[in-house]
Design a protein around this ligand. Sequence first.
Ligand SMILES: C[S@@+](CC[C@H](N)C(=O)[O-])C[C@H]1O[C@@H](n2cnc3c(N)ncnc32)[C@H](O)[C@@H]1O
Length: 489
Amino acid sequence: MEGSLLQPNIIPTNNSRTRNPSEWPLPEKLNPQSTKKLATKASFKAMLSTNTFWKPANLMTTSADEGQFLNMLLKLINAKNTMEIGVYTGYSLLSTALALPEDGKILALDINRENYEIGLPIIEKAGVAHKIDFREGPALPLLDEMVNDVKLHGSFDFIFVDADKDNYLNYHKRLIDLIKIGGVIGYDNTLWNGSLVAPPDAPLRKYVRYYRDFVLELNKALAVDPRVEICQLPVGDGITLCRRISSLLQPNIIPIIISRTNIPSEWLLPEKLSPQSTKKLATKASFKAMLSTNTFWKPANLMTTSADEGQFLNMLLKLINAKNTMEIGVYTGYSLLSTALALPEDGKILALDINRENYEIGLPIIEKAGVAHKIDFREGPALPLLDEMVNDVKLHGSFDFIFVDADKDNYLNYHKRLIDLIKIGGVIGYDNTLWNGSLVAPPDAPLRKYVRYYRDFVLELNKALAVDPRVEICQLPVGDGITLCRRIS
Ligand SMILES: C[S@@+](CC[C@H](N)C(=O)[O-])C[C@H]1O[C@@H](n2cnc3c(N)ncnc32)[C@H](O)[C@@H]1O
């Protein structure tokens, strides 16, 4: 079992590549018993959260928040055998290597060994170089060799692609055989500097313009590939996670970036639905398409979780095989539906909200999706119920996942209770931790009243989570910001 001493918390940093190496902080709350070895490990983790080592040559380096996300994702899916295409100086490689177990493996491919060797001393110092099998050369011929060896089919838990964008589709054609069912391929830079939505005559840098069409083509292809279920996250320059599925059972979701403006007639079925699809399957697909557009909730969407966040929650829950979950703050049930669709038939969601009326607005849709039986809705303030639950030791460590999206002034009170209820290795997700961007606003900035009121509570939560040794955290700029806390002790 992991304990807090072994895995000190990472200080969350929003892509702070500008920090000076002398400022590589150790986690504030490092236990005084820490050994020198531990301090060294902690330094690497802090480094990982600041991406500072790579500063002089950081143009192509994965962003710090993405590195932190990869690190947590790999732990959550218990990845052991992984591949990386596009190593550069090894930032994402270090993030990956630190996440894998001692006998974990990374097949690392890059055309340039020199760059890899710039970062290698750091990777060696972190004590994780033995997990890496670096191969210099173009990735495509090696992938072809591997695909020819059927023993390697389905042998990878995770593959990260961050190399030549004009080959991404060629990689995909091969990687789809090498990744296991339930495994994840992550394609980096799928927002391509924001250029994908630029008008044709926009003044783009040459390399941005050159690769733009390849990224667009990849995104379109992934969206209709029935072998993967995808989720595009606005982390770093955009990362698209492809979960390999068995195509007939689980039609693909069309990825849409917060497209709340779509009209219902645009609730498309995945283009490539197999002709054998039953009516039941088509209905399920409609709900999945709805989930990816967040359209039903449009007239009352002020408080509703964003579409990309809903899609992310849905994938995350599948990746961690969540079964017993809780949601605090249901509103009309958008994140609830995202959750319910992800859980197995006998999965459960304890759903808490002070207002049943709003829940009942969305309920017919949840019923129509055939997932209402997974939900145990309780009307009333969450805190007294949590107190009751905490008093019942049988419930300690009984939840796989908890999503908190309610009264921000109580988040810290919730955390104090939820930490007992979530299992070791389970995840608590706190929503709105970027709080409308207000956290970095100057004190006299003209903020809406409710934004100003809750701001200090969100700041206080973020600070507390950053130094809580019982959780390892990762803050994602998805929706209004979601902080994932993986319980480690
Ligand atoms: C932001 S909305 C939730 C949105 C929802 N997750 C979705 O995806 O549509 C916040 C909800 O928290 C609920 N809430 C506020 N205070 C609460 C409390 N003390 N206990 C439980 N629920 C509460 C509100 O009634 C509201 O429905």
